[in-house]
Design a protein around this ligand. Structure first.
Ligand code: DI6
Ligand code: FE
Length: 409
């Protein structure tokens, strides 16, 4: 157990605070004081109040960070981490010339993962999903969003969300759950997508009453659900007071972003085909754009999200793995930093903000994502000379230590 108050010295900090004078909210010779799982004080070492230092000396809880760089804990704000099986066979098919959409239309794709997920017991699903979570945590993820959407029937959506909660109980990580019942039309509803949306509306309040749902998402796309169908799901979420987010404009421009904006969505995700009107709608609603370079890369998309327009409209940009078996079988958020820079031309500063401050925003979490007094004490020590190194290297992990809720892991 950590004593009530501890201090971290001999470190540099990328606080990621907005409006800071330095890029990354950099503090060159920093001190961080932790107490009760929260940051109590963050600033320049020389400004550290003497009484705070004295109370840490009193408890002998002074940590020498040995020159490490400290950042907020990483937040992976868009994952489908709980699923059964994998789609390596489909990957081979795609390399033999079959497209992602054609595979989906032929009953493969999401449907094949739905089958494998339905067949797995809760325990099997937990066992299959835990290594993915551990891989993300090994790179510094301290908060993760996990969506349902491979069950597509009450008992299996429930199972998926329960696995997400069980993973949270068994690991030092915060899990935020999202109900994505409207991910795909399951085989038993083929050709009856409106009837399946009725079923989604039946599932939502039940799962919510069981404490399994923190937010609601939908896949608004020609191979998913129409804007009209998505709005029915959003209206049901609103009745329950649940925030919404949306998979929008990934493969085509269906106007999902404008709908999401009307519902003050926390985030709109993918966005390769986002129109100018969509950009303006997101900006006005204060909705965060979640960019998923792993899916862009893995599906070999060529159309880039309108980064420059989003940037100039002031839409906050978040980055995530989209960890899922079909379009982004990825368990490295650090690799996404690199890809956000190389593929989407984000700056390393924007990329890091995308997995800290703006990722918190995409989840509606106000108590994390930056290093500042009052925030959760979720932070990372890195063996880097500058925070840009986190985006610059790929395939390596310079994480030295994770502090989660004030406890050293
Ligand atoms: N968009 C995606 O990229 C994933 N889901 C979604 O709505 C892909 C899901 C899959 O192919 O299994
Ligand atoms: Fe996704």
């Amino acid at each position: 157990m950590n004593s009530p108050t501890s201090v971290w010295l001999n470190c540099k900090a990328a606080t990621m605070q907005t409006g800071a004078a330095q890029p990354y909210g950099l503090i060159d010779d920093a001190a961080l004081v932790v107490g009760g799982g929260r940051l109590k004080w963050v600033g320049l070492r020389r400004d550290l109040p003497a009484e705070l230092m004295a109370s840490c000396l009193h408890t002998h809880d002074v940590h020498d960070a040995r020159g490490a760089f400290i950042t907020p804990g990483l937040i992976d704000c868009h994952t489908h981490l709980v699923y059964g099986g994998n789609r390596a066979g489909e990957f081979e098919q795609r390399l033999n010339g079959v497209s992602y959409e054609d595979i989906a239309k032929a009953g493969g794709g999401i449907a094949s993962t739905v089958q494998a997920t339905r067949l797995a017991t809760e325990l099997e699903l937990t066992k299959q999903s835990a290594p993915r979570l551990l891989a993300l945590m090994a790179e510094g993820v301290t908060t993760i969003e996990i969506k349902s959407g491979y069950g597509l029937a009450l008992e299996h959506e429930r199972k998926t969300l329960r696995v997400a909660r069980a993973l949270a109980a068994a690991h030092p990580v915060t899990v935020h759950t999202t109900f994505l019942g409207a991910h795909a039309v399951p085989p038993e509803f083929l050709g009856r997508s409106d009837a399946y949306v009725d079923e989604v509306l039946r599932m939502l309040p039940i799962l919510h009453a069981e404490g399994l749902v923190d937010a609601v998402d939908a896949f608004c796309e020609r191979i998913g659900f129409s804007v009209v169908q998505t709005e029915r799901v959003f209206a049901a979420a609103r009745v329950l007071g649940l925030p919404v987010k949306l998979h929008a404009e990934q493969l085509s421009d269906s106007g999902g972003a404008q709908l999401a904006a009307r519902y003050k969505a926390l985030s709109c995700d993918h966005l390769e085909w986002l129109s100018d009107a969509g950009v303006q709608a997101l900006a006005q609603a204060g909705t965060t754009a979640v960019l998923l370079p792993g899916a862009f890369y893995f599906l070999r998309e060529t159309r880039l999200p309108p980064i420059a327009q989003l940037r100039s409209a002031g839409v906050p940009l978040a980055i995530s793995t989209d960890c899922n078996p079909g379009s982004s079988p990825c368990t490295s958020l650090l690799l996404m930093l690199n890809m956000a820079c190389t593929l989407f031309r984000l700056t390393p500063h924007e990329a890091l903000a995308g997995v800290t401050r703006n990722a918190a925003r995409a989840l509606g979490l106000k108590d994390r994502g930056v290093l500042a007094a009052g925030m959760r004490a979720d932070f990372l020590l890195w063996d880097v000379q500058s925070p840009a190194e986190l985006s610059y290297t790929f395939g390596s992990c310079p994480r030295l230590q994770t502090v989660f809720n004030g406890l050293i892991l």
